[in-house]
Design a protein around this ligand. Structure first.
Ligand SMILES: [Zn+2]
Length: 314
């Protein structure tokens, strides 16, 4: 059995797991990122976590063959340098070489959205498919593309950034990227909450309800509130449209939707599918299984382990 250490670095928490070559998690844990302590500190904490985890499952740490890491950053994957990680406050850091020094094992790093896509396509919903488009719908809309079982990065790592497809050209709100009408301004959890609150101000949604997240809007909609249903349908419509644009270009075998919003399940997926079928060519629709992600928060660590496992078994 080959075992790899998969790490998913987030702005506030780090998830880490020992994962075997089939994508099965043998041990997992999570701890605070504390990026302000710097790279050496984080590397050493990770090294410690790996050894402690191995001990817990009666594995000799020497049998952990390599380390894969997903990081929320723009990266130069060949040199292993973090160019910029806004959420971590890091820039121009030799991330891969620092980790290799501490771990004394091969290390491979990749953008976190790409790593999560790899995880879902390897051991999650996309496991029976070679070419998978993944969309993560949460605070924003992220994405990743896996072609022939490998992350497709594009020219400089921006492939699959479907959240910034400009879809609503006419009425678009401003996006974090500075443009207007990006998919994530109309289909993310943030967009759903924004739209619901706007309707609430107009009196179309009950004033006493505290709209804390997209989940509360889904609940209202499921209980028959027509305004909430309109908000959900609108977001689903845009998501299906964005996925159709991407799918006509890629002709993927599978499209996997994950992230917090995907917890709405069929209630979201059905209208997304309807919109997707409206805007994508019939043969593209036929070729693409549209489904919900299965790994949840584990997609990152499983994908990270796969990232290095794939390299070492080449
Ligand atoms: Zn944007």
């Amino acid at each position: 059995v080959s075992v790899y250490f998969g790490v998913d670095i987030g702005g506030t928490r780090v998830k880490a797991a020992l994962v075997n070559e089939t994508g099965e998690i043998l041990y997992k844990t999570a701890f605070d990122t504390m990026p302000e302590r710097g790279l050496t500190d984080l590397s050493q904490r990770l090294r410690h976590v790996m050894s402690a985890g191995a001990e817990e499952i009666d594995l000799n740490p020497a049998e952990v063959l390599g380390v894969g890491v997903g990081v929320p950053a723009f990266l130069d994957v060949s040199s292993g340098v973090i160019i910029e990680a806004v959420n971590l406050g890091w820039s121009n850091l030799p991330f891969k070489s620092a980790l290799e020094q501490v771990f004394e094992r091969p290390v491979r790093i990749e953008n976190d959205a790409n790593v999560a896509a790899l995880g879902e396509s390897f051991a999650g919903a996309g496991r029976n498919h070679r070419n998978v488009l993944c969309a993560t719908v949460g605070t924003g809309v992220g994405g990743g593309i896996v072609l022939n079982g490998e992350v497709y990065r594009g020219s400089n790592g921006m492939a699959g950034e479907i959240g910034h497809l400009v879809v609503d050209r006419e009425h678009g709100t401003r996006c974090n990227c500075g443009r207007h009408g990006c998919l994530e301004t109309v289909a993310s959890a943030t967009a759903i909450v924004r739209a619901a609150k706007k309707l609430q101000e107009k009196g179309a949604l009950p004033a006493q309800i505290d709209i804390t997240g997209a989940q509360s809007v889904f609940e209202l909609a499921q209980n028959g509130d027509q305004s909430a249903q309109m908000v959900v349908e609108n977001a689903a419509h845009w998501l299906g449209y964005g996925l159709a644009l991407a799918a006509v270009t890629l002709n993927p075998d599978a499209i996997v939707i994950g992230g917090g919003v995907s917890k709405a399940g069929a209630f979201l997926l059905d209208p997304v599918r309807e919109s997707f079928q409206t805007y994508a060519l019939p043969r593209v629709v036929e070729g693409a299984a549209l489904m919900l992600a299965e790994l949840g928060n584990d997609a990152g660590v499983v994908g990270a382990a796969r990232l290095i496992g794939q390299r070492l078994s080449e």
